[in-house]
Design a protein around this ligand. Structure first.
Ligand code: C2O
Ligand code: CU
Length: 494
C-alpha cells in the first residue's frame, strides 16, 4: 500500500522525541542514500594566487542598470567547471549603488530550472518587481527588476542570490551569489583611511572530477550541506597582499548554504566596523568573528610586520544531534578551513587611527506593542523516512499568511528552536535588533538580518515594521532547510 501523503501534518516534531525513533529513521536513509563521499573530486588548481575582485558595476547619476544572466559553466578554483555563475562568473559582478539610487536588473535565466533574485539584507520594497521572493523567472526567460534604494538606506555590505523555493540551496551551492554594496554619498563616509577595500565572498562547493557539482545525500540535506571546497571570490586559498600598517577593509560575506564561519586572522585582531550592512557604534576589536550563513561583517585589518598570516575558519559546532550525531553526522561541525593567506611585505608604516564613532543606522524608537512566539522545528516524517522542517508546525505555503501586522508596528519576537541543531533565522526587508539569546551571546546592539538560534535555545528580537508594507518571508538560512519548508510569510499591511 502506498502511504498516504500525510507525513507533513502527522510529523512528529523533534523537540522531545526519543533518540531511538530518530536513529531508526536515519539508518533507513543511510542505507538508501549511497554515494556519500564517494567518487573522485576536482582538485583546485589556483591555490595561493592573488585574490581577485569580482567585476565592479557601479551606479551613475542615480541609477544602476545591469543585465545578469544565470547559467552553468564557470571558471572556479582555477578549473573550467559546470558550476553556476552570473555573467559567466562566480561570484557574479559586484553591484554598487548609493542611497536613493534605482537598481534596475534584467535577470536572464539560462539555467534548466526556475530562478529569481533576492537582494539579501536590503531595506527595500518586497512588492511587484522589487525584492519579491514569490517571483519566478522560468528557463529561457528574462525579468526586469526595479529596486528603489531609499535615501536613508544604511551604507555597507549586502549580497544577492536566487530565492526560488525548492532550488535555492542547489543554486547558491552551485555558485550563484554576488556582492551588493551600498556606498555612502561623497563626504558622508566615515574616515577609515584604508589602502584597500576588498570583497571576500566566501562560498563552499563540492565538485566532481568531471567538473560537475556534487549532489548532496539526504543526510547532508538534513544537516545542511557543506561543500568540501571553501572558496573566496571563487578562488582556493588566495593570497592577499598587504603592507605593514596599511589598513585594509575586508567585507566578509558568508555565502555558504549551511557552513558557519568562525573567522580568525593569525596574529591579528579583526577590527569590526559593521555587521549585516550597518555600522557598529564604534570599531570593536575581536579575535574571532562568527558569521552564520547569510551574515556579513566588515572588518579593518591592521597588517603587522612582514610575514604570512592565515585567514581561517575555526571548527564550529552547529548542534548536538545525540544519537544522530553518531550516524555519520560529522557534518554537524563546520570543519576548520584555511580561507586565504595575507602576505605582508614592505616597509613598516604607522597605521592611521580609526574613528572612535561610526554612523549607526537609526532604528525606530518606541515600545514593542506586539509580542509573538515563533518555533523552528525539525522532525521525522511518518511515512517517507524523511525529515520535516517546519515553523510553528507548518511547512512553507506561499499562499498562506503566517503573520499579519500593520505598517508602523514595532514587535518583539521570541523564536525558539526545539531541535538539536542551530538554525540561522533570516527575515527579509525589515532588520531586527537582537535583545537576548539563550546562549548569552552579547547582542551587537545594531540592526541585523540573520541570527543563529542556538540548538534547543531561543533568541528574542525587536523588529520595527515601520519602513515598507508588503508580503515577504522569514526562514532558516540553512538553505536546504528553507527548500524543505522551513520558511513562512509575513504580510505587513499599509
Ligand atoms: Cu539570503 Cu531569504 O535569503
Ligand atoms: Cu534550519
Amino acid at each position: 500500500m502506498t502511504p498516504a501523503p500525510i507525513s507533513r501534518r502527522r510529523a512528529i516534531l523533534l523537540g522531545g522525541l526519543g533518540a531511538a525513533a530518530v536513529t531508526t529513521g536515519v539508518t533507513g536513509w543511510i542505507a538508501s542514500s549511497g554515494g556519500v563521499g564517494t567518487g573522485s573530486r576536482l582538485a583546485p588548481a589556483d591555490t595561493g594566487t592573488d585574490l581577485r575582485q569580482p567585476l565592479l558595476v557601479d551606479s551613475r547619476d542615480g541609477r544602476l542598470q545591469v543585465e545578469i544572466t544565470a547559467a552553468a559553466g564557470v571558471y572556479l578554483a582555477g578549473r573550467d567547471t559546470h558550476a553556476l555563475g552570473y555573467n559567466g562568473s562566480s561570484p557574479g559582478p559586484t553591484l554598487r549603488v548609493r542611497p536613493g539610487d534605482e537598481l534596475a536588473v534584467r535577470l536572464t535565466n539560462h539555467l534548466d530550472q526556475p530562478t529569481n533574485l533576492h537582494t539579501h539584507g536590503m531595506r527595500v520594497s518586497p512588492l511587484g518587481n522589487s525584492d519579491n521572493p514569490f517571483l519566478r523567472v522560468d528557463p529561457g526567460t528574462s525579468f526586469d527588476y526595479l529596486i528603489r534604494v531609499p535615501p536613508d538606506h544604511p551604507t555597507g555590505t549586502f549580497w544577492y542570490h536566487p530565492h526560488h523555493h525548492g532550488v535555492v540551496a542547489d543554486q547558491i551551492f552551485g555558485g550563484l551569489a554576488g556582492a551588493l554594496l551600498v556606498e555612502p554619498p561623497p563626504g558622508q563616509a566615515p574616515e577609515l583611511a584604508v589602502t584597500a577595500d576588498r570583497v571576500l565572498l566566501i562560498s563552499d562547493i563540492t565538485l566532481q572530477a568531471s567538473g560537475a557539482i556534487a549532489q548532496p545525500s539526504p543526510m547532508e540535506k538534513t544537516m545542511g550541506r557543506q561543500g568540501e571546497l571553501v572558496l573566496v571570490n571563487g578562488q582556493h586559498q588566495p593570497t592577499i597582499p598587504a603592507a605593514p600598517g596599511a589598513l585594509q577593509r575586508w567585507r566578509l560575506i558568508n555565502a555558504c548554504v549551511s557552513r558557519v564561519l568562525a573567522i580568525r586572522l593569525q596574529g591579528h585582531q579583526l577590527l569590526q566596523i559593521a555587521h549585516d550592512g550597518t555600522f557598529l557604534s564604534a570599531p570593536a576589536a575581536k579575535d574571532e568573528v562568527v558569521l552564520a550563513p547569510g551574515n556579513r561583517s566588515d572588518v579593518i585589518i591592521r597588517p603587522a610586520s612582514a610575514d604570512r598570516y592565515d585567514l581561517t575558519a575555526e571548527p564550529f559546532q552547529r548542534g548536538s544531534m545525540g544519537m544522530m550525531g553518531m550516524m555519520g553526522g560529522g557534518n554537524l561541525t563546520s570543519a576548520a578551513a584555511t580561507l586565504a593567506t595575507m602576505d605582508v611585505s614592505g616597509t613598516p608604516a604607522i597605521a592611521p587611527p580609526l574613528p572612535t564613532a561610526l554612523p549607526v543606522e537609526k532604528s525606530a524608537t518606541g515600545p514593542a506593542v506586539t509580542q509573538r512566539q515563533i518555533a523552528f522545528q525539525m522532525g521525522m516524517g511518518m511515512c517517507m523516512g524523511g525529515m520535516t522542517y517546519a515553523i510553528d508546525g507548518r511547512t512553507f505555503d506561499p499562499e498562506r499568511d503566517d503573520q499579519t501586522t500593520a505598517l508602523g508596528t514595532i514587535e518583539e519576537w521570541t523564536i525558539t528552536n526545539t531541535s538539536p541543531l542551530a538554525h540561522p533565522f533570516h527575515l527579509h526587508v525589515w532588520p531586527f535588533t537582537v535583545l537576548a539569546t539563550s546562549d548569552n551571546t552579547p547582542p551587537l546592539g545594531v540592526p541585523q538580518d540573520v541570527v543563529l538560534i542556538p540548538a534547543r535555545g531561543w533568541v528574542r528580537l525587536r523588529i520595527p515594521f515601520t519602513t515598507f508594507a508588503g508580503r515577504s518571508v522569514y526562514h532558516c538560512h540553512i538553505l536546504d532547510h528553507e527548500d524543505l519548508g522551513m520558511m513562512a510569510t509575513i504580510n505587513v499591511q499599509a
